[in-house]
Design a protein around this ligand. Structure first.
Ligand SMILES: [Zn+2]
Length: 409
């Protein structure tokens, strides 16, 4: 008897711990109170059906490099959740890797599905211009005293992570910025987003994620240290559904993708092949797909159709992101005639100056300690950080500042 009750407690607990994405719930909730959003969702459903039935021409399915400007709003209650730039950069790196089929762990995908991987051509970059055209590092910070500010129950009420008057941070103009709020959600939800609507963007458009499931370092906590919670949410942001469709329990809910098997239930942790939830599928579930619920170490794949569908969505419902001027590639320093390259570097950064005036400069590490300082009148100099640990550093001078990314050698 005692054994039974211990077992029950364990099962209940692990069921909770594994509830990771509230996208379906939040999307449904918002559609119920907002008719225009709901109509736009239906339009996206018919776009997805057309896609699934092969009505898109080949030219509409071609990959091109697309730069996606990102702003990260850190809304923290405890100082430890005021996450550092290193954690933010580590997350951007994971997105760029996994969206471009460069993940080194793809060998873990069962062989019969490994050929389905593809590169999207999406390149996620922190914005270098804010909505007023000023230089930015693509990150905002705000302290709040509200616990679990992005709790699913708060959405639309008196507390709103996306409203500065209600404790959160206002979004940057969503047609031009992909907004990510890193804040407490609570209730064991790790993240959520709103599925795209063909209608005008909503004030809450964007992705919400817990600091402990964001990036690969800093506050990221096991088993969420692979940055793949955001890869999953990013899939939703560009229109992808869970593999079981928008409701669990049946083998007939579509995810609109022809190259993913029918699936009735999520897979958690690390399943082994074959993991079957629908009798009609001889090979079982594609449990290592990013749109399932596997742990970060076992979440590995967007299929070709998923990639093509996201490319279609960015050229339709999210097309304004492509025409954004939020990423110019010109830094504050560059604008003042100071150029740093290569950046990232594995040790030595070159600085080229077109301005002959004497320049004082300072280099700080990610916790704000000054590690180097200098003065120059030369048009070119090199800064050697070989002896320092890989990570994010900051160059500061009167002409401006810039992040330096020091990579592993
Ligand atoms: Zn999800």
């Amino acid at each position: 008897m005692r054994l039974v009750s211990i077992l029950l407690i364990f099962l209940t607990y692990s069921g909770y711990a594994q509830y990771k994405c509230a996208t379906d719930e939040i999307t449904r909730k918002h559609a119920n109170i907002n008719e225009a959003y709901a109509r736009g969702l239906e339009q996206m459903d018919s776009l997805a059906s057309q896609f699934e039935s092969g009505l898109m021409s080949q030219s509409e399915r071609t990959a091109k490099k697309i730069i996606i400007p990102v702003v990260v709003h850190v809304v923290y209650r405890n100082e430890e959740d005021n996450i550092g730039m290193e954690q933010i950069h580590s997350q951007i790196d994971v997105l760029n890797r996994d969206f471009n089929w460069q993940q080194e762990d793809k060998y873990k995908i069962p062989e019969l599905w490994r050929d389905l991987g593809a590169a999207s051509g999406f390149e996620f970059r922190l914005a270098d211009r804010d909505p007023d055209g000023n230089f930015t590092n693509g990150v905002t910070r705000k302290q709040t005293d509200i616990e679990d500010i992005a709790n699913v129950d708060n959405v639309g009420g008196a507390i709103q992570y996306y409203n500065s008057a209600k404790g959160g941070t206002d979004p940057w103009y969503q047609p031009h910025y992909l907004n990510i709020w890193v804040c407490e959600i609570g209730d064991r939800v790790l993240g959520y987003t709103y599925l795209p609507s063909a209608n005008e963007v909503e004030p809450n458009d964007g992705i919400v994620i817990e600091p402990r499931a964001f990036g690969t370092t800093g506050r990221a906590a096991a088993p969420y240290t692979g940055g793949r919670t955001l890869v999953h949410e990013m899939g939703h942001y560009f229109g992808l559904r869970h593999l079981w469709g928008d409701e669990e329990g049946q083998c007939t809910n579509t995810d609109y993708m022809d190259d993913t098997p029918w699936q009735a239930e999520p897979n958690f942790k690390c399943s082994s092949f074959p993991s079957k939830s629908c009798p009609s599928e001889p090979d079982g579930d594609m449990f290592m797909n990013f749109m399932d619920y596997a742990d970060d170490t076992c979440s590995l794949l967007f299929t070709k159709n998923q990639i093509e569908y996201m490319q279609l969505v960015i050229r339709t419902a999210k097309v304004t992101l492509i025409h954004s001027e939020a990423v110019t590639g010109v830094s504050e320093l560059g604008n003042q005639g100071v150029h740093i390259f290569p950046n990232p570097s594995s040790g030595v950064f070159q600085i080229i100056r077109s301005n002959p005036a004497e320049m004082d400069f300072f280099i700080y590490n990610s916790i704000g300690d000054q590690i180097l300082t200098g003065k120059t009148t030369e048009p070119q100099l090199s800064i050697d950080l070989t002896k320092h640990a890989p990570g994010i550093y900051f160059f500061k001078s009167e002409q401006g500042s810039e992040s330096l990314v020091l990579q592993n050698k």
